[in-house]
Design a protein around this ligand. Structure first.
Ligand code: ZN
Length: 434
């Protein structure tokens, strides 16, 4: 099959209720996207899988959920107020604005004017706002541009509450906001997005060992998402390109349709940069006191980060499949079972036969108790139902027909990927679904 384009995926997402343009009926708001009924379920399944894998299944990671609005001193100490910027240029001819490092500076991409730009100025990407009714400098705050600082400022709280052994980590999933100069490529670069992130605190001498551990863990995460290993590569970020806090960073790139390789995650060694700065700015002692009474020290940090939208876009791209069934082109999403927004669709073969409908309702209710995300689908003929469920990635369809109500009681279980149909007794169905 030919590989899908980004447009194929965007179109399926809108058609089937995964993602819509933000504020669409008003012409949209650039860089914002709304998750529809299937998209929100897929996203929840993904973030729950992440939480299960990185928090619940381990003994050394503690979850937190910090406020999006934080004291402006947090962003001064972290360096974001001074340096979280992109170079901005404006065309003298048409006034279009661009990120200087993303375009050919000799021509305006909008109007084509030659040499239309002055020197770039640094544009801070944080959304600025005020807390309370007075708009003076002391009331300034920002929508957080990352979730990490919420974990650093709670380091002492968690140590005081739980006194964990080192190494240990804090995990958070949450919204972040960046006033991107040029949001682009669907949910790849948007102005409001979600991050799944860990700060793993280690002894300074052990950072390389744990950097390697989290490199491996990142690969197991991408494996859980069902992403093909051959479509992912690691990129060592050179010193000149690294964020201001990092002494070593690896980015993980996925080979997106139409876009090529681009970032879906990162692994940064942030040293003691953040805790040290917060200790200095807040005047609070953020050292860790080892339990063996050795000298206290400020731990160093390894930070694995995964963008929810970007991971979800990679999942959709990897799952998007086409084949031919009975001479017709079929589109289906080969989503891993854990991620699929709907696990099973239940149908009576004909919706105007009360005996079929009654029996189908009973089976639907039973399956819903076991799997939750089970839908009832009696629209159109059975072929159309299968196509619709294939397109949203439903792994199984169960059909109740005359054999069920007049024959041996068995139902048809149809698999999404193989389209194979087999008959089972209803009470044996749950074992076949996984
Ligand atoms: Zn122009």
């Amino acid at each position: 099959m030919s590989s899908p384009s980004l447009e194929d995926i965007v179109s399926l997402c809108k058609r089937r209720g995964f993602l819509y343009q933000g504020s669409e009926i008003y012409g949209g708001l650039a860089g914002t996207w709304d998750y529809g009924p299937l998209g929100v379920q897929l996203k929840r399944n993904m973030t729950e899988l992440w939480w299960q894998h990185f928090v619940e299944e381990r003994g050394d990671i503690y979850g937190i959920d910090s406020a999006i609005l934080m004291n402006q001193k947090v962003w001064q100490a972290s360096g974001h107020v001074a340096t979280f910027t992109d170079p901005l240029v404006e065309c003298k001819n048409c006034q279009s604005r661009f990120r200087a490092d993303k375009i050919d500076m000799h021509h305006c991409p909008t109007c084509g004017q030659a040499d239309p730009f002055d020197q770039p100025r640094q544009f801070n990407l944080m959304f600025k706002t005020h807390v309370g009714p007075v708009e003076d400098d002391s009331a300034v705050t920002y929508l957080r541009p990352e979730t990490a600082q919420g974990m650093f400022v709670n380091f002492k709280n968690v140590v005081d509450s739980l006194y964990p052994d080192l190494p240990f980590g804090l995990a958070q999933i949450g919204r972040s906001f960046r006033n991107e100069i040029s949001p682009r490529d669907f949910i790849f670069r948007s102005r409001e997005f979600e991050i799944m992130e860990l700060e793993y605190f280690v002894s300074p001498g052990e950072w390389e060992k744990y950097f390697e551990l989290w490199r491996q863990q990142s690969w197991s995460w991408f494996d859980l998402l069902g992403l093909a290993k051959t479509k992912i590569k690691e990129v060592e970020v050179q010193e000149t390109d690294r964020a201001h806090y990092s002494q070593r960073t690896i980015d993980f790139y996925y080979d997106f349709p139409s876009l090529g390789f681009d970032e879906i995650g990162g692994l940064a060694y942030r040293s003691d940069f953040d805790l040290k700065n917060h200790q200095k700015s807040s005047g609070k002692n953020l050292q860790y006191q080892p339990k063996d009474k050795a000298d206290p020290f400020i731990p160093h940090v390894i930070e694995p980060t995964y963008g929810v939208g970007r991971n979800l876009m990679a999942v959709l791209a990897d799952a998007y499949s086409e084949d031919e069934v009975s001479g017709e082109k079929r589109i289906y999403l080969k989503l891993p079972f854990d991620l699929a927004p709907v696990k099973v669709a239940v149908s009576p073969l004909l919706k105007n036969k009360p005996a079929l409908v009654t029996r189908a309702r009973e089976i639907y209710n039973d399956l819903k108790k076991s799997f939750g995300a089970v839908v009832w689908d009696d629209n159109g003929n059975i072929g159309k139902r299968y196509r619709r469920q294939d397109e949203i990635g439903t792994p199984y369809c169960v059909t109740i027909d005359f054999e069920t109500v007049e024959g041996d009681g068995s139902v048809t279980l149809r698999s999404r990927d193989s389209t194979e149909q087999r008959r089972f007794q209803p009470d044996g169905l749950a074992n076949q679904i996984h």
